[in-house]
Design a binder for this molecule. Structure first.
Ligand code: SF4
Ligand code: SF4
Length: 232
């Protein structure tokens, strides 16, 4: 059977987001996805080991995301020692979402947040009614993330972003000014993510890059014309 050509640009991939969207626009979409999905696997570090659990995230009218826990839980102790979490999950068929976030504990004097949060969580108020002072609320304060889509014919698309003063995680492979434009990386890239620039040097369109590293192995000037964050 003949292959049907696919016009990738016409497909609604990553909810129509592209590398022309701002990081803030991507963040907003990711926060909405978290709000709508609600429960996400959430990792912390416990004595140097990763630990994971499901956390229920709530978006308040300020557009920010919050969660609660009990101060008696190991999760709270881990957040006090290192207030950093990683959220990683599938959000729809073939989509994934990953966030690395620094969280901030909200003081009880911030009554607006507490009131709004527990308006959404009356069951928690009832559950902890015998000692509500053991409850703590946290905000997703600052971080970076990625949304990733593997779609038809194993074509991928990804977008990275940062928020709250965090730094976007760079991709692993990058091409430098030492590139001679030989085209070896471009010929071997499985995703068609490498293009020839008007200056005669190649460049990577990261939205299409799988971070697989084939280009690095095929570059005759690996380590100078092409750099890997893993080895160079
Ligand atoms: S890392 Fe893989 S997908 Fe990305 S540009 Fe290199 S060969 Fe292409
Ligand atoms: S293989 Fe290396 S030198 Fe050749 S075009 Fe790619 S980055 Fe440039």
């Amino acid at each position: 059977m003949a292959n049907t050509p696919v016009n990738w640009e016409l497909k609604n991939i990553l909810w129509g987001l592209t590398d022309e969207n701002t990081e803030e626009e991507i963040r907003q979409k990711v926060f909405e996805l978290i709000r709508d999905t609600s429960f996400f696997p959430t990792a912390t570090v416990n004595n140097g080991q990763p630990e994971n659990r499901l956390i229920d995230y709530n978006m308040l009218p300020d557009g920010e995301l919050y969660f609660m826990t009990s101060k008696g839980k190991p999760f709270y102790k881990q957040l006090m020692e290192r207030p950093e979490i990683v959220i990683c999950s599938a959000v729809d068929s073939l989509y994934s979402l990953k966030l690395r976030v620094w969280v901030k504990e909200i003081p009880v004097t911030d009554t607006w947040v507490w009131d709004e949060f527990f308006k959404l969580n009356p069951g928690t108020v009832k559950m902890y009614r015998k000692n509500f002072s053991i409850v703590s609320v946290f905000k997703l304060e600052k971080g970076d993330g990625e949304i990733f889509h593997l779609y038809a014919e194993e074509k991928i698309r990804r977008l990275r972003f940062a928020f709250g003063g965090g730094e976007k995680l760079p991709m692993t492979y990058s091409i430098t000014d030492a590139c001679t434009g030989c085209g070896s990386c471009m010929d071997n890239c499985v995703e068609g993510a490498i293009h020839m620039g008007e200056d005669g040097k190649c460049y990577i369109r990261y939205m299409d890059c799988d971070d697989c590293g084939i280009c690095y192995t095929k570059c005759p000037l690996a380590g100078t014309a092409m750099i890997s964050r893993l080895v160079d």
